[in-house]
Design a protein around this ligand. Structure first.
Ligand SMILES: Nc1ncnc2c1ncn2[C@@H]1O[C@H](COP(=O)(O)OP(=O)(O)O)[C@@H](O)[C@H]1O
Ligand SMILES: [Mg+2]
Length: 147
């Protein structure tokens, strides 16, 4: 997958979104940070679940809305950090709980729901994914390299 050029994909099912995310995960090295923008119900958690599947994670993946960060071990080594920052007010409060340790872990893939909460501390090399509902079961997914 070419992740340098902006890439757009139309998903017509939850499974298609999961498969797309799974392929993206397999194309990215450890240390990658992926931000997921999109409204409530756009499919950020579905995308995160597919991403985890691509890393070989078999455990159930649901949004860590209350725990903020959920950590998973990848079967081939490394970690998957799934973050939901909906309840985080700003970058300073995220830094207070040590989010930079997660964002800069060279052994981990990070996927972040509600990254706009901490936009000023998102790494410059992050991959940005935007999900937009275009119909009940359709989502437009755009992947852009931040820099
Ligand atoms: N093409 C699609 N891709 C992803 N989710 C879809 C799609 N079509 C319908 N859905 C539904 O949309 C909802 C997305 O929920 P979720 O991933 O929790 O959203 P978010 O995390 O962005 O709030 C799920 O109920 C899912 O079944
Ligand atoms: Mg979610």
């Amino acid at each position: 997958m070419n992740i340098v050029t902006p890439k757009a994909f139309i998903s017509n099912s939850e499974a298609a979104t999961e498969n797309f995310a799974s392929e993206l995960a397999q194309s990215l090295p450890r240390g990658s940070v992926v931000t997921l923008n999109g409204n409530l119900g756009a499919g950020k958690t579905v995308f995160s679940r597919g991403f985890a599947r691509g890393l070989g994670i078999l455990e159930p993946v649901s949004s860590p809305t209350y725990t903020i960060i959920q950590e998973y071990c990848c079967p081939d080594g490394g970690y998957f950090f799934h973050m939901d920052l909906y309840r985080i007010s700003d970058a300073r409060s995220a830094l207070n709980f040590g989010i930079d340790e997660y964002l800069n872990d060279p052994e981990a893939w990070c996927v972040i729901e509600w990254p706009e909460r901490i936009s000023e501390i998102i790494p410059a090399n992050a991959i940005m994914v935007e999900l937009t509902a275009t119909d009940v079961n359709s989502r437009k997914i755009t992947v852009t390299a931040k820099s």
